[in-house]
Each structure stands twice: as structure tokens, then as C-alpha cells.
Write a protein that binds this ligand. Structure first.
Ligand code: GDP
Ligand code: IMO
Ligand code: MG
Length: 433
């Protein structure tokens, strides 16, 4: 059976968690392949009594909420162990069975000094800061590339763990003390903290690449779920205002150990408008009442840091770019309901940069910083669409909006979100192979 990749098309928070959850019952494995607890996925589930339960997940794959799914944390993820166990305990307290979770022996650990470094680096950068989530993501991936990272498997050999922590701190303490003027970190304390998680961690740790290959060979469905999104990808995003991992479809293979030949489908989640958290260019950003309406109605406040998200109209130059970079076969458009009640709904179709029209993402960063959106203005709709379950149920103007977006982004729109709940979705084509 094939693997399915699910990615964010914009700057994150498109509703990936909800899309994964929706497919959860039909897949056997859900693998998180990149990022760490910088992600924030909100999933709203209606209980049998009709009451809505809201779950906010950061490190755990959203598949953990589906009873028959094996959730996997792949080798491409960076793990804050304190957060991992807190999240597991919180879910267990709410009656969620988390016992199936498996974790790659090759995943890296967010050491406490990397959380510190993330924060002091941002302070040091001043107005040139990235606006990170402060979770230690960047420094941990830097250590991985620098070959001074700590991996999950290192926790099971105290001697090796100590060696690695001391080697990393020999360098990091110089940076902390001499550049950032902060206190040096004590290696013993770090080793003790990491070791304290080892016994609880051990039964969950596997060669996840091997386990997933066996599952695929046995005909199981494997969903590879990205954290972050296309424009936050370290290679293909709006560098340097990106995260430090590969959040696009290519990263699904390196981050999980599944070969590209296994991937049959790439689903991208596209919010019906655009949001961004943190710093960096954003051509369709709104600073007026319309932006405020999107933020209010869409509840656009970060799941991880609570920061208000920057809001703007839909940008199909970005959508087309996401289609190309990820090889998108299907889009899920989310939050169409948030666009209800606007007189007109503009779609950015191209940019103008210093008098020149760009139909594709400019390769040059300064061009993107100067890009002015060229809009097509479509008529809006006023009807409540949250009860719509077929495309034909949607008001004509909402249908026209979706069809025009589909044409502009160059891949079919297979599902449309009309509300936060698990069932508030219109399926036009099945998302499963
Ligand atoms: P993720 O990071 O991509 O998983 O997305 P987040 O969870 O950070 O943000 C998406 C938010 O939108 C969550 O609060 C979801 O409950 C909500 N959401 C998802 N789909 C829809 C939709 O179709 N309509 C509305 N109104 N909310 C949605
Ligand atoms: P989900 O999975 C939105 C942003 C941060 C910052 C930049 C780098 O919920 O879509 P980092 O802490 O990763 O080094 O920060 O990336 N960022 C996100 N923005 N959604 C996310 O995840 C994000 N993860 C990181 O705001 O601008
Ligand atoms: Mg999020």
C-alpha cells in the first residue's frame, strides 16, 4: 500500500491537524516527520453527547486521537522530552489511549541548553529577529547538522550520553558565556535530566523506518504528516524567516526513512485566506478592518505561543508554488466559512514588483519583500455555510470562489472545511488511495 504525504501550503496553521484527524480512521500509521513542539495543531472532536472536545497537540502526531492508528515520531523530528511526557499525561488524563506511540531511535533531543540558546539568540538579533517559538528548534537542528546533536538512542548509554553532552557544552558554554553573557550550563545536570526520561522512553523506541517499510509491505496505509508548511521550509520557504526543518513533501522521506517510490499521494492544506506568525515578508497582509475580521472570526491566535496571527487574503502565487514544490495531487481548502460575510473576496493571482509582473514566486528574496499583490475581486456570500456537506450545498459565489482558486493553484480541491468540527467538511473526492 502507498504512503500519503500531508503538508501545509502556506505559513502554517492551515488546519493540518484536522485533516489528519479526518483521515485518521482510514489510515494505519500517522508519522510526524519534521519539526518539534513549535507546531500547534488544534483538533475539535464532537463526543457522542454532541459536546465538543478541543485538543491542542504540539509534539504528538494528530493521529494519536484516532483509536486504531499507530502514531509515529520519525527520525526527522526534534523532541523535547519534558513536553512529550506532559502531552502524553494530559491526553491520558482525558481518556485518550496513547500506548501505541512509537519513536525513532534516530530522532534528536532538544537539550535544555538549546531552549536557552534559541531565546538568547532572538534577543541578540533585536529587530532582525525571526520571531521563533523559543522552543529550541533552530539550535537543535543546527547541532544535528554540526554533528554534535543528542539522539534518542544516546539516552540508553550513560557513558555515551555524557561524552556527547560534554562535547556539545565544550562549545556551547563558550558561546553562552562569551557571546551572550549568560551562565554556563552544567553537564551533570543536563545528563541527569535526560537520563530521568530514559526508562519511560525505552519501550517506545524503535527502528521506525524498518517498522514502516514492513507496514507498507503488508498493505497498510501510512500517512506522513508535516509540521509547519511550505513557506517555512528551510530550503523552499521565505529564508531566513523559516523554521529549521524540511516541511515540504521531500522532507517526508528523509524525515521518516520511507523511500520516495512509496509515496502515491501528496495532500496540501490551504487555508481559504493567509496567516503568518513571526517575522518575514507577507504580500497580502491586511492592516485594516478586513484583517481584524479574519483574525476574530478565524480565531487566529497561535496554538503554541498565543501570539495573534498576521492575516491577509488568499495568495494563489503561493498556492501554485506549493503545488510545484510538493507535487500536490489534492488540496484541502480549510476555513472557507471564515470568508462568509465579506462584500467581496479578493484572490491574489500575481505580484507586481517595481513595475514588473510576477506570475510565479520570485526567486530573489528582496523581490518577494517588495511584491505588491495583484487581485481578482470575486463577489462574496452571506449564508452560513457550516452545515453544507456537498459542494452543491454551498452558495453560488462560494462555489465560484473555490473553482477559481482550483484553476489558479493547478491541482484539484478534494475537500473543503466549513467549520472547526471533525465533520464540518465537504468531500468532493476521496483523499485515500
Ligand atoms: P495546523 O497547525 O495546520 O494543524 O492548524 P492549527 O490547529 O494551528 O490552526 C487551524 C485552526 O483552524 C484550528 O483551530 C482548527 O480547529 C481550525 N479549523 C480547521 N479547519 C477549519 C474550518 O474549516 N473552519 C474553521 N472555522 N476552523 C477550522
Ligand atoms: P504548525 O505546525 C506557524 C514559525 C515561527 C517563526 C518561524 C521559526 O502549527 O503549522 P521556530 O520556532 O520553528 O524556529 O520558528 O517559524 N513557526 C510556525 N508558524 N505554525 C507553525 O507550526 C510554526 N512553527 C514554526 O512563528 O516565525
Ligand atoms: Mg498550528
Amino acid at each position: 500500500m502507498p504512503a500519503i504525504v500531508l503538508v501545509g501550503a502556506q505559513w502554517g496553521d492551515e488546519g493540518k491537524g484536522k485533516a489528519t484527524d479526518l483521515m485518521g480512521s482510514a489510515v494505519d500509521y500517522v508519522v510526524k516527520f519534521n519539526g518539534g513542539n513549535n507546531a500547534g495543531h488544534t483538533v475539535v472532536i464532537e463526543g457522542e453527547d454532541g459536546r465538543r472536545e478541543k485538543y491542542a497537540l504540539h509534539l504528538l502526531p494528530s493521529g494519536i486521537l484516532s483509536p486504531n492508528v499507530v502514531p509515529v515520531i520519525g527520525n526527522g523530528v526534534v523532541i523535547d522530552l519534558e513536553v512529550l511526557f506532559r502531552e502524553l499525561d494530559d491526553l491520558a488524563a482525558r481518556g485518550v489511549d496513547t500506548s501505541r506511540l512509537v519513536i525513532s531511535a534516530n530522532a534528536h533531543v532538544i537539550a535544555p541548553y538549546n531552549r536557552t540558546l534559541d531565546k538568547v539568540t532572538e534577543r541578540f538579533l533585536g529587530k532582525r529577529k525571526i520571531g521563533t517559538t523559543g522552543r529550541g528548534i533552530g539550535p537543535t537542528y543546527a547541532d544535528k547538522m554540526n554533528r554534535i546533536g543528542i539522539r534518542i538512542q544516546d539516552l540508553f548509554d550513560e557513558h555515551i550520553l555524557r561524552q556527547k553532552v560534554e562535547a556539545a557544552l565544550a562549545f556551547k558554554n563558550q558561546v553562552l558565556a562569551k557571546i551572550y553573557n549568560t551562565r554556563a550550563v552544567n553537564a551533570d545536570a543536563v545528563v541527569a535530566e535526560l537520563l530521568s526520561y530514559a526508562a519511560r522512553l525505552r519501550p517506545m523506541v524503535r527502528d521506525t523506518s524498518l517498522e514502516l517499510e514492513r507496514a507498507l509491505a503488508a498493505g497498510k496505509n501510512v500517512l506522513l504528516e508535516a509540521g509547519q508548511a511550505t513557506l517555512l521550509d528551510v530550503d523552499h520557504g521565505t529564508y531566513p524567516f523559516v523554521t529549521s526543518s524540511s516541511a515540504t513533501a521531500g522532507g517526508a522521506c528523509t524525515g521518516s526513512g520511507i523511500p520516495p517510490t512509496r509515496v502515491a499521494r501528496v495532500i496540501a492544506i490551504l487555508k481559504a485566506y493567509t496567516t503568518r506568525v513571526g517575522e518575514g515578508p507577507f504580500p497580502t497582509e491586511l492592516f485594516d478592518d478586513a484583517g481584524e475580521q479574519l483574525r476574530k472570526v478565524g480565531v487566529e491566535y497561535g496554538t503554541t505561543t498565543g501570539r495573534p496571527r498576521r492575516c491577509g487574503w488568499l495568495d494563489t502565487v503561493i498556492g501554485r508554488y506549493a503545488t510545484r514544490i510538493n507535487g500536490v495531487t489534492d488540496f484541502v481548502v480549510t476555513k472557507l466559512d471564515v470568508l462568509t460575510g465579506f462584500e467581496q473576496v479578493p484572490i491574489c493571482v500575481a505580484y507586481e514588483v517595481d513595475g514588473v509582473r510576477f506570475d510565479e514566486m520570485p526567486v530573489n528574496q528582496s523581490d518577494f519583500h517588495h511584491a505588491k499583490p495583484i487581485y481578482e475581486w470575486l463577489p462574496g456570500w452571506w449564508e452560513d455555510i457550516s452545515g453544507c456537506r456537498t459542494f452543491e450545498d454551498l452558495p453560488a459565489n462560494a462555489q465560484a470562489y473555490v473553482l477559481r482558486v482550483e484553476e489558479l493553484i493547478g491541482a484539484r480541491i478534494s475537500a473543503i472545511g466549513v467549520g472547526p468540527g471533525r465533520h464540518e467538511i465537504i468531500e468532493r473526492h476521496s483523499l485515500l488511495p
